[in-house]
Design a protein around this ligand. Structure first.
Ligand code: CS2
Ligand code: MG
Length: 402
C-alpha cells in the first residue's frame, strides 16, 4: 500500500482551518488537522513544499516510522510549525489505519477506558452577573465542568470575554487588535467572581479559570491561594511556561490545581513540569504536539506522575482535531477533562463528524477511523481570510510579562 497524494485544503467557514488529506493507491484516505491559529499558511507551505514530497510512495501503515522520519529526518526539531505539520500527517495515518481495520480509532488504541469524555464549556461575561447567568445556561445544558471568565472592571475589553456566547471566536481581526491589561485590577476582582459562583451554585460542578499567561509567578501564587476556598478544578496558564521552574514557586504557595500546555509542541516542553509534579493537568493537543503518536507518549509520562490530561479544544482546533482528541481521551487511563468550545453550524457542515454531546460528555459513534470527514466542495466556498489573536499591553503601553 502506498501514499499517492497529499492535498492541503484551506477553508474559512467562520474561521480558518487547514486540513491535510492523504490518499492511498487503494482508494482509502485519511485526514489530519494542520491549523495553527494566525500562522496557517506557514504550515501549508511546510507540508506542501517539504513534507508531502517525502510521503509519496511510502507505506501509510508505518505510522511510527513515518513520525520518526519526519521528526529526526528534518534535522530541525520541534517548534509549533513543524509539530503541527507532523501532527496532521500522524492523524491522517491513524485515520487510514483505523479505516483499514474497520474500527473506530479508540479500539486500535486499546479500547475504551471510560463511557464518555467529560468536557468543559466557556461561560464568559462582561460583568460577574452576566458570567453567572452564562454558568446557569451551561448547567441547564447538562455540563459538569464550566470555565468562568469575566471582564476586568475598568478595562475596555478582556481576552476570553466576548459579546457572542456559545460560539465566540478569539481571532477577531485581520491585524491584531490591542487590549489593555491591569494585573492589580484583575487580582482584586477575580476571587469575587468565584465567591459569588459558589454561593449561587454550590460545589456540585467543576469550575475552571484561564489566566492566559498574564501573571508573574508570585502573582500567580497569590491568585491560587486566594481561590482556594472555591476549590477550582484548575487554574490554567497562570504564567508563561518558558521557564518551567516558575511553577515551583507557584506550587510552594498554593493547592489550587495547575494546568498548562496548550502552546507546547513537544514532550520536552513539559518534561520537568511532569516529572517534578509541578502541575496537575497537561493541556497539550493532538494538533500542536505532534499528533496522536507523540501525545500518547506525553500522556504515558504524565501517568507515572499522577498528572492527568486536559486537551486544548478551542475553536481554532478543527472538528478533525476534536475527533482525534476524543479517540485519545477515551483510550488513555489518565484522562482528566476535554475543552469543548462549540464550532459554528458552517464549520460543522464542512466537517461532518460522528461525535455528539449529551449530559456533559462527548462521545463517538462506532464509525471506523477518526470519525470525521471533510466536504471539499463546501470547503471551497469559504476562502482563507487572514485573522489574528489580539495582543495585550499594560496600562503604560508596555508588553511586559507574557
Ligand atoms: C484559550 C484559547 O481555549 C483556551 O484555553 O487559551 O482561546 C487560545 O487562546 C486560543 O485557542 C489560541 O489559539
Ligand atoms: Mg487557554
Amino acid at each position: 500500500m502506498k501514499i499517492i497524494e497529499g492535498k492541503l485544503i484551506v477553508t474559512c467557514p467562520g474561521r480558518n482551518f487547514v486540513t491535510l488529506k492523504l490518499i492511498t493507491d487503494e482508494g482509502v484516505y485519511g485526514i489530519g488537522d494542520a491549523t495553527l491559529n494566525g500562522r496557517e499558511k506557514a504550515v501549508v507551505s511546510y507540508l506542501e513544499d517539504h513534507v508531502v514530497p517525502c510521503l509519496i510512495g511510502r507505506d501509510p501503515q508505518q505510522i511510527e516510522d513515518v513520525w520518526q522520519y519526519l521528526y529526526r529526518g528534518a534535522y530541525w526539531r520541534r517548534g509549533p510549525v513543524t509539530m503541527t505539520a507532523i501532527a496532521a500527517v500522524d492523524m491522517a495515518l491513524w485515520d487510514i489505519k483505523a479505516k483499514l481495520a474497520n474500527m473506530p480509532l479508540y479500539q486500535l488504541l486499546g479500547g475504551r477506558c471510560r463511557d464518555g469524555v467529560m468536557v468543559y464549556g466557556h461561560a464568559n461575561g462582561e460583568t460577574v452577573e452576566e458570567t453567572l447567568s452564562e454558568v446557569e445556561k451551561y448547567i441547564g445544558l447538562g455540563y459538569k465542568a464550566i470555565r468562568l471568565q469575566t471582564g476586568v472592571p475598568g478595562m475596555k475589553s478582556t481576552y476570553g470575554v466576548s459579546k457572542d456566547k456559545m460560539y465566540y471566536e478569539p481571532a477577531d481581526n485581520e491585524l491584531p487588535t490591542e487590549n489593555l491589561w491591569s494585573t492589580e485590577k484583575y487580582l482584586d476582582s477575580l476571587p469575587k467572581l468565584f465567591e459569588k459562583a459558589r454561593t449561587k451554585f454550590g460545589f456540585d460542578h467543576h469550575f475552571l479559570h484561564d489566566v492566559h499567561h498574564r501573571l508573574t509567578p508570585i502573582e500567580a501564587a497569590r491568585l491560587g491561594k486566594s481561590l482556594e476556598p472555591y476549590r477550582l478544578f484548575w487554574m490554567e496558564d497562570a504564567v508563561v511556561a518558558d521557564n518551567q521552574e516558575s511553577f515551583r514557586l507557584i506550587r510552594q504557595h498554593t493547592v489550587t490545581p495547575l494546568a498548562v500546555g496548550e502552546i507546547f509542541s513537544s514532550i520536552h516542553d513539559c518534561r520537568n513540569l511532569i516529572t517534578e509534579q509541578l502541575i496537575d493537568y497537561i493541556r497539550c493537543t493532538v494538533v500542536h504536539a505532534g499528533g496522536i503518536t507523540h501525545l500518547r507518549k506525553i500522556a504515558a509520562l504524565a501517568d507515572l506522575y499522577n498528572v492527568r490530561t486536559g486537551c486544548h479544544g478551542a475553536t481554532d482546533l478543527s472538528p478533525v482535531s476534536m475527533a482525534a482528541a476524543l479517540n485519545f481521551d477515551l483510550s488513555i487511563p489518565n484522562f482528566g477533562v476535554q475543552e469543548y468550545m462549540r464550532h459554528t453550524k458552517e464549520t460543522d457542515e464542512v466537517f461532518p463528524h460522528s461525535y455528539s454531546f449529551k449530559n456533559g460528555y462527548l462521545n463517538l459513534s462506532d464509525r471506523p477511523g477518526l470519525g470525521v470527514d471533510i466536504d471539499e466542495k463546501l470547503a471551497a466556498k469559504y476562502p482563507y481570510k487572514r485573522a489574528y489573536l489580539p495582543v495585550n499591553r499594560l496600562e503604560d503601553g508596555s508588553m511586559y510579562n507574557w
